[in-house]
Ligand binder design. Sequence first.
Ligand code: COA
Length: 335
Amino acid sequence: MNKLRTTITAIGKYTPKRILANPELEKMVDTTDEWIRTRTGVIERHIVEKGEATSDMGAAAFEDMKNRFSVDPLDIDLIIVATVTPDMFFPSTAAIIQHSIGAKNAWGFDLSAACSGFLYALVAGLQFIETGQHQKVLIFGADTMSSITDYTDRNTCVLFGDAASVVLLESTKGNDDSGIIDSIVKMDGAGQKYLYMAGGGSKNPPTHETIDKKMHYLYQEGRPVFKFAVSKMVETATEILERNSLTGQDITLFVPHQANIRIINACASKLKLKDEQVMRNIDKYANTTAATIPLGLIEAMDEKRIKKGDIILLTAFGGGFTWGSILLRWGFNYG
Ligand code: COA
């Protein structure tokens, strides 16, 4: 079977209307706007309204995609939703989105890889395009982090926000050389102890005790996560550039996962990238887990920072631990 090349042909995003800015957090926990800005880079984050779930944000992101590009939900073959905050254990958020957007001919599934979820889902989705099994695959990165955040814990509540974004994958046409060039995805389960949500699953089914112990909220040991994030993101970004005979100078834009501005800056400096080569929007959204990278891509597109033919490097690190890099050549001009 001939291997086809996969490219992103459409993109959409959704961020909830409600904004939770640092001064409001100052009233909720013992923190300051100054600490949050300097230690994390976050100024504000978007938070869902009560009752608004991950699938609602995903469907809204698809609506945005339809408003920007010509996409018919009936043409979609497969839906993959990268999320650690599904609407519920089952049915999958993919099934719920399939129904709400009217993608009647699609099958799909959820994929759990925390902050690396979008990269993992992209790698999973492209297999179906490259083998010719499917023509149109939707990849969602969507997380309602506010649903698993303890707003009395200053160590974590300042870090996260809610958002969804979606890309459409198709094969490239003719001799177009755009598309996904290479990918590296990695995992090391030894990192599970630093970043997790212990309660609610089969290990600790929900009880009054698990709730009292706040096990239904995410837990993080920030320092080791920070250290691993920088070293693994740099390692994988360097490896993917080197094995494609490229250097940092060859890429138009580096779109890293947005977990902490100091992680982003450390990676950019080790990769010897100029400021204009680095996507940074953590100030507006905080860490939206699986949504950060596609949100960075669509904003870069809207800001005209990327055009057809540009080389883009996506790199993420997250709970698991999971991490990876994807190298791609952007396929279209927008606006
Ligand atoms: N406001 C004020 N002080 C705070 C605070 C807040 N919101 N959060 C933590 N602190 C305090 C701590 O309690 C600690 O106080 P202590 O020294 O008296 O114990 C102090 O600040 C320093 O804590 P530390 O954890 O060393 O801070 P840090 O510089 O490592 O920053 C993180 C903390 C969480 C911002 C940072 O470690 C981080 O971003 N880690 C990685 C996050 C990440 O990537 N997560 C997602 C994976 S993709």
